[in-house]
Structure formats: C-alpha cells, structure tokens
Design a protein around this ligand. Structure first.
Ligand SMILES: Cc1cc2nc3c(=O)[nH]c(=O)nc-3n(C[C@H](O)[C@H](O)[C@H](O)COP(=O)(O)OP(=O)(O)OC[C@H]3O[C@@H](n4cnc5c(N)ncnc54)[C@H](O)[C@@H]3O)c2cc1C
Length: 381
C-alpha cells in the first residue's frame, strides 16, 4: 500500500517534524510517567519548548511567534498525540494566543504574545463554570467596571492548564441583563494576583498529567485595558469566531491518537503469541486492524481537508463541528478495539493504548460536547 501523505505536507515540514520529534522524545516521553503521577507538566518544559521555538508556531514573528501557519502547529499536535502525551496543554495555550491575535489591540498583542511564545506565560481558556458548560450564555462570573479596573467575582471549573496557567482568557459577565451580549473576555495575568486562587487540580478519568483545575475569583482587580476587543459585550461573538480553530485541534489530536494506537497495536500483535502463532496471523485480528486502519484513514482525509480550509481561512463552524464530533467518536471506537487486541495488557496503564483509551473519553465532551456539535451541524442541514 502506498503510504498516505497529507496534501499540506512538504520537505520543510518534514525537517521541522524531525526537530519536533527529537524534542518530544528527549524532553517529554521520558517524563510522562512522572508528570502523570504528579498531575502536571514541569514548568521548565514550557520554557524549553519556547526556547526551541515550538510555541505559537502560527503567530507572526512580529509578536514573537514562529511565523509559520497551522501546518506547523499540526505537526506538533500530531507528534504529541501519536505518543499519548496528553498533559502538555499546548492546544489551549495556542488558542488563548489566538484570541489575543484575532481580537486584541496591537498593544495587547505586544504585551502577551511574545511572553506566551517564550513560555514565560502559560495560557488557559476559562469559559466553563459549575452552572454553565454547554450553555455558555449562563456564565455568571461577574466583572464590574470601577474606574480603570474591573472587579471580578466568581469561579471556573475544568480549566485545562488551570494549575499552572499565568495568563487566562477569562470569560466574564459584564451585563447581567443581556444573556448573549452581556459577556466579555478579559486577559488576566494571574501571578501574585490578589483574590485569585487555584482550587483543586481535579482527579479525572485519563489525561493524568494535565492539571485541569478549578479557579476562584474574589474581588480580583483586573486593569480595564485587559478587556479584549474595543468594547464590552463582544465575548460571545469572539468565542463563536474562534471555536472552529479549537475544534479542528481536538479533531486533529483524535486522528493523531488513532494513528499512534494503530501503529502500536500492529507492532504488538506481531510479537504476542497465542495457540502457537503470532495473534496478528489470526483472521479476526487482521480484520480488526483493517477496520481501524480504514476509519483512521477516512478521519485523516477529513481532517486534512479541514486543515487546508483553515489555512485558507475557510473552515466554517459546521465543518469544524462535524470533524470534532465524528473523529472523536471514532477515536474512542478505535482505541477500544486497540485495547481489545492487547488483551489484559491493554488495560494496564504502562501500555500506551491503555493510557490513550482513558485519555480519549473526554475528547467527546470538551470543546463543546458532541451533542452540541450535532446541534450546530443540524442548523445547516
Ligand atoms: C478534562 C476537561 C478539560 C476541560 N477543559 C476546559 C477548558 O480548558 N476551558 C473551559 O472553559 N472548559 C473546559 N472543559 C469544560 C467542557 O468544555 C465542558 O465540560 C463541556 O462543554 C460540557 O459542559 P458541562 O460539563 O457543563 O456539561 P452539560 O452542559 O451539563 O451537559 C451534560 C449533557 O447534556 C448534554 N446537553 C446539554 N445541552 C444540550 C443540548 N442543547 N442539546 C443536547 N444535549 C445537550 C451534553 O451534550 C451532555 O451530554 C473541560 C472539561 C473537561 C472534562
């Protein structure tokens, strides 16, 4: 079979992939078990990633970024996802940067993007609250303007990078009377910020190295020039504009995980023996591998189409939602089969497919649940 090559891949990106792969193998793979045990990635790893030029790859060099495009980011996501490295929250870090790039003033871009690119700041997106997940218009964290500051009170939950984040893209309610137009986004630097507190790093299924956390705000004073965009009330529109980018990343990581798990399973079934032969010789195993490889290929072609559309600025909400919903559903199905082909070893955390299986479940939930994706898709059908 001819190997499939993504239409957006070229020689420069292949060379770049080698750099990324070297970094991931040297700085991340040996530390993953420890990160999973301590429930966070080392602070130093962010700085090293920044020094190696691996953060904010698709942000212009004028703002300290890599000056590349989404293909460069995609290579990094793939190299992480194929190895089951789900702790390093590069996705939300990049997404936070894109909110600044897409909606911030030049002064705001100069203020935050270079420090996100160097790894001095770690980004997070703080939308979800205990009472507002799918229904973002229910957000209650309140920001009241008092002179040249906003005073923020409220809490957030399930925030990826929450324990280590030093720059929050924080969604707040600036107008209690208007559910939709009453939301705004504040970029909040958290270091030594009075009234700001990280709560529990949450004990969750899978993604053990990720410091998903609760955040609390008690009379936190945020300078008014941290408001993203020219005026209050733009939060919902800003989120709607940027969510396709986030959903493409989630779907791409799903494809990377499927490809990594299938490669690992294919290797495993050639070595594992039962009834006097490698289990990979048995028809059921061969057929299962054929099925998952076909699903992964269809998903790959679909995500590559999304990547091309994203590069052209043409990735619409419905297509991104289709990719997020279908690919993450398939990811879980494929991972389940890969675990099954590993037998009992597939349920042991020391095996890659076991960690990937547990990590994959939440892909169908965050970034907008797959039911919400269907809701969005159905509006255009
Ligand atoms: C590990 C992890 C990391 C996360 N990272 C972040 C992050 O970095 N930043 C952030 O802001 N949030 C984050 N989240 C939150 C995540 O985006 C929300 O959990 C998700 O949007 C669902 O919200 P909810 O949990 O309140 O579920 P609910 O909204 O209560 O949904 C419960 C169920 O009802 C269904 N449902 C709800 N409304 C509808 C509808 N209209 N039609 C059909 N079905 C519906 C849902 O699909 C779901 O099955 C994270 C969550 C997890 C678990």
């Amino acid at each position: 079979m001819n190997p499939y090559v993504s239409p957006w891949m070229d020689d420069d990106l292949r060379t770049f992939r080698e750099t990324v792969s070297r970094f991931v193998e040297a700085e991340m793979v040996p530390n993953d078990a420890r990160w999973r045990a301590q429930h966070h990635v080392d602070r130093e790893t962010w700085r090293r990633a920044g020094e190696t030029g691996l953060l904010l790859l698709d942000i212009p060099t004028d703002y300290g970024g890599g000056g590349g495009d989404f293909r460069h980011e995609a290579v990094f996501y793939e190299e992480l996802a194929r190895r089951g490295l789900s702790g390093f929250g590069q996705g939300v870090h990049s997404i936070a940067a894109h909110y600044v790039l897409n909606h911030g003033s030049d002064a705001q871009k100069q203020r935050w993007l270079p420090r996100l690119a160097s790894g001095d700041l770690i980004g997070a997106i703080a939308m979800t609250e205990p009472g507002a997940g799918s229904d973002l218009q229910g957000i209650r964290t309140r920001a009241v303007r008092q002179g040249d500051h906003y005073v923020v009170n409220g809490s957030k939950i399930f925030i990826t990078n929450g324990g280590s984040a030093t720059l929050l893209m924080l969604v707040v309610r600036t107008d209690p009377a208007d559910r939709k137009r009453g939301l705004s986004i504040l970029m909040v630097e958290t270091e030594a910020l009075e009234g700001y507190r990280v709560g529990r790093v949450l004990d969750k299924m899978g993604m053990a190295a990720q410091d998903t956390a609760e955040l609390f705000f008690e009379n936190v004073r945020v300078p008014a020039d941290c408001l993203l965009g020219p005026e209050e009330g733009r939060g919902m529109y800003q989120m709607m504009a940027d969510l396709p980018y986030e959903r493409a990343i989630i779907a791409l990581c799903g494809v990377g995980a499927m490809e990594g798990a299938i490669a690992e399973t294919s290797r495993y079934v050639k070595e594992r023996k039962a009834f006097g032969q490698a289990i990979g010789n048995m028809q059921n195993i061969r057929f299962k591998l054929a099925e998952v490889a076909t699903i992964a290929r269809v998903a790959r072609v679909f995500i590559d189409d999304c990547i091309v559309k994203l590069l052209e600025g043409k990735l619409d909400t419905e297509t991104a939602s289709m990719a997020k919903y279908w690919i993450t559903d398939m990811q879980q199905q494929v991972l389940d089969e890969c675990v099954q082909m590993h037998g009992g070893y597939g349920s042991m955390n020391e095996y890659l497919v076991c960690r990937m299986f547990a990590d994959s479940r939440v892909q169908r939930i965050y970034g907008g649940t797959n039911e919400i994706m269907k809701e969005l898709i159905s509006r255009s059908v």
